[in-house]
Write a protein that binds this ligand. Structure first.
Ligand code: FES
Ligand SMILES: [Fe+2]
Length: 342
């Protein structure tokens, strides 16, 4: 019976999770942790990306302390060597030519993939397809990556926060929230299996539009927010500035590291920067400031868990996205674990 969602949730093992950025992976083995399990990640120039449990089958030493020798990985402790499929090919203590026990092989996640510059794994066979970011394949968009943000937090609560539309004027008063309307008007959430889309259009004061000072456009303009959620922790917000014409996309990929820790991988896609690296750097710094405002609350929750029982919190009509988040996660965990959640 699952009533609350913690970062380590066995029911979410059959799902895609980001592990790191593609650019972080090198020929030197490194450890990345997902839901309490460490994985060793490295890339061989011919054989490509490799991900295994970061635990040698011999005496469980971290393989991330080892070294790559050609296409093989040698454990730092007793020198056992493993090929790219995880099979042991050498045990130095047995001597040259000895037979290797068949159980001497590395464990791997059920699925590994790379998409939009991220490495994704599914510890068990995933129940859904990989999330996609349409703007990532669109040449009219420029991409910028925030440095990974490691924080005390709950991936469920951070997803809830990303989808929440009623906190802008309060939490973000120091950035974009100044002067934002506090009332959230009606909007619909359209669910498709373990995904949903929510579109909300509203008026806002566009103080950054030079056309306002020039008298070309009014200060109060129209903006469309399109939220796309893919279970368990892939989030995207597209902001369409309907009067000035630009689109900003914010991607938010959460790694539940352990029950206290989350790593946030966030990227921006913009089609309004005219290729300016400086303007993208400014946009990234601004987005970091926005995330830091959110973390003032998100890192301070006394209990780092997302309630999935809808009766345990008070919901209002502005909370349609975050209610749907709870429903989808609850359904996914129930179908995976076979648990009947009241
Ligand atoms: S623990 Fe890896 S070779 Fe012994
Ligand atoms: Fe926020």
């Amino acid at each position: 019976m699952t009533l609350v969602l913690r970062n380590i949730e066995p029911g979410l093992r059959a799902a895609w999770h980001p592990l790191c950025r593609s650019g972080e992976v090198t020929a030197t083995p490194q450890a990345f942790t997902l839901m309490g399990q460490a994985y060793v990640v490295y890339r061989h120039e011919d054989e490509g990306l490799r991900v295994f449990l970061d635990q040698c089958p011999h005496r469980r030493a971290p393989l991330s302390l080892g070294t790559c020798e050609g296409a093989t990985l040698r454990c730092a402790y007793h020198g056992w060597r493993f090929d790219g499929d995880g099979a042991c090919v050498e045990i130095p203590s047995l001597g040259v030519g000895a037979t290797v026990p068949p159980r001497a092989r590395l464990s791997a996640p059920a699925a590994v993939a790379e998409s939009h510059g991220m490495v994704f794994i599914a510890p068990e066979t995933p129940r859904m397809s990989l999330p996609s970011i349409p703007a990532d394949g669109d040449d009219t968009f420029m991409r910028g990556d925030l440095a990974p943000i490691r924080t005390r937090g709950s991936a469920g609560l951070l997803a809830d926060n990303f989808l929440d539309m009623a906190h802008f004027a309060f939490i973000h008063a120091g950035t974009f929230g100044a002067g934002e309307a506090t009332e959230v008007g009606p909007y619909e959430v359209v669910r498709d299996g373990d995904r949903f889309t929510a579109v909300y259009e509203h008026d806002f004061a566009n103080r950054e539009d030079p056309g306002v000072a020039e008298g070309i456009r009014p200060l109060v303009q129209r903006r469309r927010l399109t939220y796309r959620y893919s279970a368990p922790y892939h989030l995207e917000l597209a902001l369409d500035f309907l009067d000035t014409g630009g689109t900003n996309v914010i991607g938010f990929f959460l790694v539940p590291v352990d029950n206290e820790t989350v790593i946030i991988y966030s990227s921006l896609w913009r089609n309004d920067l005219e290729g300016s690296v400086e303007r993208m750097d400014d946009a990234i710094a601004y987005e970091v400031a926005v995330v830091e405002e959110d973390l003032l609350v998100q890192s301070r929750y006394h209990s780092l868990e997302l309630p999935l029982d809808l009766t345990s919190e008070v919901h209002v009509k502005a909370d349609k996205t975050t209610i749907e988040l709870r429903r989808i996660l609850k359904d996914l965990i129930e179908v995976t674990t076979g648990a009947a959640t009241p």
